[in-house]
Structures are given as C-alpha cells and as structure tokens.
Write a protein that binds this ligand. Sequence first.
Ligand SMILES: NC(=O)C1=CN([C@@H]2O[C@H](COP(=O)(O)OP(=O)(O)OC[C@H]3O[C@@H](n4cnc5c(N)ncnc54)[C@H](OP(=O)(O)O)[C@@H]3O)[C@@H](O)[C@H]2O)C=CC1
Ligand SMILES: CC(C)(CO)C(=O)C(=O)O
Length: 307
Amino acid sequence: MRIAIMGSGGLGGYFGAKLAKGGADVTFIARGQHLDAMRRAGLRIEGPEPLHLREVQATDQPAEAGVMDVVMLGVKLWDTEQAIAQMRPMVGPDTAVISFQNGVLKDQYLRAAFDAKQVMGGVGYVATTIAAPGVIQQTGPMQRLLFGEFDGKCSARGEALLAACLAGGINAELSTEIQREIWQKYVFLVGLSGTTTTMRRTIGPIRSHPQTRAFLEDVMREVIAVARAHGVALPEDYLASAMQRADTVSPDMTSSMHHDLERGNPLEVRWLSGGVVELGREKGVATPCNRAIADILALHADGARRG
Ligand SMILES: NC(=O)C1=CN([C@@H]2O[C@H](COP(=O)(O)OP(=O)(O)OC[C@H]3O[C@@H](n4cnc5c(N)ncnc54)[C@H](OP(=O)(O)O)[C@@H]3O)[C@@H](O)[C@H]2O)C=CC1
Ligand SMILES: CC(C)(CO)C(=O)C(=O)O
C-alpha cells in the first residue's frame, strides 16, 4: 500500500514511522531542516516505544512521489490550504485522502478540493512534537487512529489501511461512525485546549478548582449543543463522558495549543473554539465561552514571532 504523509511532524511523522515499520510503502512529505535531517539520518521516534528508521523516503516534491493509495494529511490547520494545493499530484481517482488534523472544518476543506468519494474521515490521538529536526518526541503511551467512510460502510480501502496500521503496531480502528468520532474528539479537545491555553495551566488544577471546572464543562456543553444542531447524534450523557475523560488523564496533561502558545507559534484557535463560534452562529446556537476563548487568544493566533 502506497501511503503519503502530507506534513511529517508530531502526528504525521509518528504514525507514518509506525506504518513504515509495519511494511507499508510510506513517503514522507516534509520541508526545511526536518526534511534535511530525515534524508541524512532517517526518522527517530523517542518516548515509550522508541523507533529509528535509518532510511526513509522523504521529499518536498509531491509530484515526484506519484499517485498514492492513501494520502494522510497532518499539517497544522493554518497550512491546510497550501498543503492541499501541493498534494494534488499524489491524488488520483482511486486515492483515499484522510485528514487526521484536529477540528471538524478540515473535512469541508478536503471536500471542496477533491471528490467527496475520495475523502475519508479520521481522528488521531497521540501527544507528540518535533523535538529536533528528524526527531519526534512522544509524551505518554496514548496512540490511536480511527478512520472510516463518511457513509458508514466498511470499504476495502479502509480494511487495507487498517491492516497496514495494525502491522505497524498502531492502535487503529475502522469506524462506521467516523463523523461522530470526529465530533467527540472535538468536544474534548476544545475543552482541553481552550482552558489550558487561556489559563496557561495543565488540566490537573483546572479540573480541581470549582470555578475553572465549571468553565471547562460550559465550554464542552457549547460544543455538544453545536454538534447536535448540526445533526451529529452524540450520546445523551456525552458531557459526563467527556468530563470523565478530563478527570482520568494525567494531571500534567495539556493541549498542543497550549504548547504552541508557550513556544510563540501560531495557534489553531480559529478552527477549535473559533470553529465552534462559526458553526454555532450558522445554527443560532449561543457559544459565549468559546467566543471568550477565541477573543482572548486572538492577539496570539498568528504567533508571537509574527504578531
Ligand atoms: N502532535 C499531536 O500530538 C497531535 C496533533 N494533532 C493535529 O494534527 C495536526 C498536525 O499537528 P502536529 O503534527 O503537531 O504539527 P507539526 O507542526 O508537528 O507538524 C506539521 C509538519 O508539517 C510540515 N508542513 C506544513 N506544511 C507543509 C507543506 N506544505 N509541505 C511539507 N511539509 C509541510 C510542517 O513544517 P514547518 O514546521 O516548516 O511548518 C511540520 O513539520 C494539527 O491539526 C494538530 O492539531 C492531532 C492529534 C495529536
Ligand atoms: C489532546 C491531544 C493531545 C490528543 O491527541 C490533542 O489532540 C491535542 O492536544 O492537540
């Protein structure tokens, strides 16, 4: 199976490395020093299950890579438009395109660029960053990929990707309800990212203090209301499930958006809490907590270095 990783950083580099280890024919689309390092010394994953691929196929020229069976999109949301334009030569009529980016707007962008039948849905769970060029650091053992067809059918291409993931040791699952899975992660992530980034604290103190705990609940409650208004059938008790998850993760856990703020990087807030505001407005659902998060972080959204 020919798989391209469009954006080979924390998410894409990690799962791409596992796929390659399992025998898939993986091409990493990367750029800059990270690409140079991968060409020179391969790709190294550090953390609970270290892995070093001494030689990888890595390029910044998608046209040279040719048409793929699967293109996995893993760039930060602000790079999506450019990445979609650049990945076109790798997408043929039978190619499956899957975004494992965060948020729910990502698939709209893919559907606008490609035939709806080419687009599968995906959710990625992992905590990784590029620690140095060519090196990806994983924090904690969590790693999981969910993907599936938006019509809920188990397709041959989905089964083939599942087999490739399992061969590489990825905790993967072919979902028949991928749209709901994408929104379920969105509820949790918007709560986690919105609170940890605005409060500049990890989840531990936030969930322990009654006032910040109530804010976390209200943020997630708004996302659930927006999901339902858009026809996504989240379970009745989904807020309780999301809070249970927030209560059981390590107290040191934080979001990638909080890390981005600390590093002076741009933020994905426009697509996370900002996306909730946008999608809520479409359906007349009030989202004051998410609006507050988007407004508070607006001056940081383009990154300290660019602001
Ligand atoms: N990392 C994680 O733990 C998780 C991340 N996610 C989501 O996954 C997405 C990606 O996040 P993450 O992996 O952390 O981001 P990273 O910044 O670590 O990785 C993205 C990589 O893609 C590169 N890139 C961007 N555009 C292009 C391009 N046109 N051509 C080649 N390379 C390109 C970036 O290069 P450069 O550095 O030069 O910009 C960078 O190396 C986000 O939506 C995030 O929310 C979801 C779950 C977990
Ligand atoms: C919550 C987490 C780490 C799960 O994958 C995530 O997606 C993020 O912080 O961006």
